[in-house]
Design a binder for this molecule. Structure first.
Ligand code: UD1
Length: 339
């Protein structure tokens, strides 16, 4: 059985390809390498002993996408990761975000429709909830007005899929990720931020290795146990495994609805300083950090109610915050060894 993974050389995509191949699926990757490298395909082969079929194509290009589906017209499913994902950048270049994230999704859905491919897993985000009124946040919690074009493309994509599923007899599962961090235990694949990282964990590991002077902790006056903002961090390998469970569910016809939505988190909230402490513990070194102003657009706290995903998917996150930080650190050390 063959699965198309768009964005399969990216951070979450590459970990998911590994888990799919471990489970026995054949994988076709489509990626334009806008935020990843072709050597990731070699790394996946090193880990799994199997080489995914890699196509460098731009999914916003209608003909290229149609051609890809012509070459691979028999697919058991699609996992659609390919998208821009930087919140700040999306505020500066909103049109690029809408064009890239929506055109690619539409072209993929069209390819599926034209080739009678039914199943699609979509990479969504907890950003669709904004600052929820109640915590932990459930899948049924209201969608709040988007704070960024990035978040808005996730909301719009869920709507596009909902209607396409209805009209064209497709099936879909949207997975709303909380904060994916960490790396594969082999330290052969992980997150590769270009330039100065926006996200917390790459900034921590780059500071610890000496690439950055000091971590700025954005906000110390939030209404939380230590004043810093709270997120639900989840190990990228736990997240990747949930995608395999979702694909299996659709292929085995176990979906209860044609469009299902699940939260993917651990259900535990950690503050920025909790994460720093966990890092210091597993790395055995102190981190340089300073408390600074809040980052505009950041919410105070969010963590997932995972009971629906746990019960329905029979999946739960296994790795704790120390496991996450240990693997992120191992990955950073491996990156510096390779230079
Ligand atoms: C954001 C998006 C999320 C997206 C993710 C990955 C929202 C609400 N969330 O998550 O949808 O998938 O980025 O791109 O838009 N922090 C610092 N110092 C730093 C960096 C971060 O203190 O140098 C803090 C932040 O203020 C925040 C926490 O660490 O409290 C996590 O930040 P980050 O890793 O950027 O993820 P989110 O903003 O939660």
């Amino acid at each position: 059985m063959k699965i198309l993974v768009t964005g399969g050389t990216g951070y979450i995509g590459s970990h998911t390809v590994v888990e799919l191949q471990n489970r026995g699926y054949d994988v076709v990757i489509a990626d334009n390498l806008s935020n990843s490298y072709e050597y990731v395909v070699d790394r996946i082969e090193q880990i799994t002993g199997k080489r995914p079929d890699f196509h460098r194509i731009d999914l916003t290009h209608k003909e290229q996408t149609a051609d890809l589906f012509k070459q691979h017209s028999v697919l058991s499913g699609v996992i659609h990761f390919a998208a821009f994902k930087a919140v700040g950048e999306s505020m500066e270049n909103p049109l690029d975000y809408y064009r890239n994230n929506l055109d690619s999704l539409i072209n993929v859905l069209e390819g599926m429709k034209n080739n009678s491919i039914r199943n699609i897993v979509f990479s969504s985000s907890c950003t669709v909830y904004g600052q929820p009124d109640e915590l932990p946040v459930k899948e049924t919690s209201p969608i709040k007005e988007a704070w960024s074009p990035y978040g808005n493309t996730k909301q719009m994509s869920e709507d596009i899929i909902r209607f396409a599923v209805n009209a064209h007899g497709l099936k879909s599962i949207a997975l709303r990720y909380f904060n994916p961090i960490g790396a594969h235990d082999s330290a052969l694949i992980g997150e590769l931020p270009l330039g100065v990282p926006n996200n917390l964990v790459p900034f921590i590991t780059q500071t610890a290795i000496g690439k950055r002077k000091s971590l700025k902790v954005f906000g110390s006056d939030y209404n939380t146990h230590d004043g810093t903002a709270i997120r639900d961090y989840i190990h990228v390998v736990d997240l990747a495994q949930a995608h395999v469970v979702a694909i299996d569910r659709m292929i085995d016809n176990r979906s209860k609805l044609d469009f299902e939505i699940f939260n993917l988190g651990t259900g535990n909230g950690f503050s920025v300083l909790d994460v720093v402490k966990s890092f210091e513990k597993v790395a055995g070194q102190k981190l340089n950090y300073e408390l600074t102003d809040r980052r505009p657009g950041d919410i105070e706290k969010v963590w997932a109610d995972t009971s629906f995903a746990n019960a329905e998917l029979g999946w739960s996150a296994k790795r704790n915050i120390d496991d996450m930080m240990r693997s992120a650190w191992k990955w950073e050390l491996a990156l510096s060894d390779n230079k």
